[in-house]
Design a protein around this ligand. Structure first.
Ligand code: 1HE
Length: 268
């Protein structure tokens, strides 16, 4: 069953489906540096809930303007003067959106320019691949704002950079950019120039894989990281049983056998 995504429902996200099944999803609040208000989070929940059943083969997630995302909408948070229970529920919606991204089975490539900070880094770290350039910088300014992370940084950012570095980022406001950010796994690709061009190139490449294979890569690995090694090995065998016997894989195996398939080369 293929869902249809109603483009007219989205106001804070600009959706741009390409012919090859890659969708460009842009946080479209440049005037607020793409800060995440509750409406944007709900649109992320809607889009990433539908994407795996709507034939979306890969997503490029970008921010309009010079910055990827300034994190929590601090003005909305201030104006709403939320109760602890209210903000807990806000955070649970963030988790809903970001878990749909990480566990949904559709490759998400974040095109990270400018500020990727606070909740913006929580969003980017829910993507499977992050591309950066010379303008990109990563930080967790929550500590300086009198706040704490609430969108999964204690899980995903700590996983990327290590608990000790995350604590330092939050205590001191330390900012990472350039090669150091790559070395810390905050991004996997550094480009000169357009992060969008590189993110699209990567998305198109991933979209050439079989959807069920991408589903396993962009869902099973994350799930298995949450399991004991014994359970993960069992789950891996089950997933491989399903994926590695899928009918379309037979064509690819036959192409390897008859030597028409590309070989793995060091300059590929
Ligand atoms: C915002 C936000 C925001 C900008 N919420 N409105 N996040 C932060 O602490 C980052 C806060 N933002 C910044 O440090 C800077 O704005 C930027 C480095 C991202 C960009 O600087 P700049 O000079 O290009 O823009 P600006 O002049 O600071 O802001 C332009 C407008 O965007 C301005 O609005 P205007 O109506 O006065 O024009 C800003 O108010 C608005 N803006 N960032 C609301 N974040 C689930 S818990 C997650 C915890 C967090 O994420 S804490 C947030 C951390």
């Amino acid at each position: 069953m293929t869902l249809k995504i109603d483009l007219t429902r989205f106001k804070n996200l600009a959706l741009d489906p390409q012919e090859d099944g890659v969708w460009i999803v842009t946080l479209d609040r440049a005037h607020k540096r793409n800060a995440l208000d509750i409406d944007t989070i709900e649109e992320l929940v809607d889009f990433f809930s539908a994407a795996p059943r709507a034939g979306v083969k890969a997503v490029v997630l970008a921010g309009a303007g010079d910055h990827f995302c300034a994190g929590l909408d601090l003005i909305e948070h201030h104006d709403q003067d939320r109760s602890p229970a209210d903000f807990m529920h806000v955070c649970l919606r963030w988790h809903e959106a970001f878990n749909k991204m990480e566990y949904g089975g559709v490759p998400v490539i974040a095109a990270c320019q400018g500020a990727v900070v606070g909740g913006g880094l929580e969003l980017a770290s829910s993507a499977h691949i992050r591309v950066m350039n010379e303008t990109t910088y990563f930080a967790l300014p929550e500590g300086q704002r009198g706040l704490f992370t609430g969108g999964g940084a204690t899980i995903r950012v700590a996983d990327l950079v290590g608990k000790d570095r995350m604590i330092d980022m939050m205590l001191t406001g330390r900012v990472y950019h350039g090669q150091e950010a790559i070395d810390l796994h905050l991004a996997q690709y550094m480009v000169e120039g357009s992060v969008m061009d590189k993110a699209l190139e990567i998305a198109r490449r991933t979209a050439e894989n079989l959807p069920l294979t991408n589903f396993a890569i962009c869902s099973a690995i994350s799930h298995m990281q949450n399991m004991s090694a014994l359970d993960a090995a069992y789950a891996e065998a089950v997933v491989a049983g399903v994926v590695n016997t899928q009918a379309p894989a037979r064509e690819r195996l036959a192409a390897f056998a008859d030597k028409s398939a590309a070989r793995v080369r060091k300059d590929a």
